[in-house]
Design a binder for this molecule. Sequence first.
Ligand code: GLP
Length: 253
Amino acid sequence: MTLIMYKVFETVDDVSRYTAQRLIEKIKATPSAVLGLATGSTMEPVYAKLLEHIQQTPMDLSQLTTFNLDEYMGLNPQHPQSYNYYMYQHLFNQLDIPVNHVHLPNGLASDIEAVCSAYSDAIQTLGGLDLQLLGIGSNGHIGFNEPKTCFNSRTHVVKLSEQTRIDNGRFFAEQSEMPTHAITMGIQDILEAKEIILVATGRNKTDIMAQLFNSEIDEDLPASALKQHKNLTIVLDREAATLLPAQALKSAI
Ligand code: GLP
């Protein structure tokens, strides 16, 4: 039996404070931790809380290493919708993590295959991810691993699903600017993280969280791969947890 720890909070603020606190504890316990980081609107308040904490209680981040989950293909790192830009805006510009310890997939690389395999190799060379932070797409994607991605996948190029292009197109001035492809860490890379925290908040995550709860482990629902993991915490606000049965909230599946 796999144990999934559910933490449900009343507000996004509480969710974000708790998640940031978990990151802080990891860094305190292991200053040379390798963190897997995520983007998306869910993570913005998490990073804000993390910064707030570090600004009040400075920490030595000189040994920390980060790997982001994914990046759009074809977007310049300075493009306001690139995940590179997002990470520097919301986190890295304000933190003293050595620049060569920060990793994001290069969506402009010409030799994409080499870039993908080097990305997964770099994670493994450092001993794997100590903690992976995840959001979830409304279709159950993690990173940009869309439905039907093999669970043994490593960093690879994906064609974004229609659903994802609709969901994420809202951030682009024109829907047509939204990239069609992305690079993402694979599901196997994610599953090898020693600890995983998945965060979901708000009404538009209610259905997928219920589907995830009820689903078997199935490649049609990428996040269901996480049910195999030994150290997974799912952090939700009350809205995202609306359709979860009381038994989920008591922690066991
Ligand atoms: C993007 C990212 C995912 C993220 C998802 C959810 O598709 N590739 O890693 O989990 O968005 O985004 P949001 O938090 O904005 O709902």
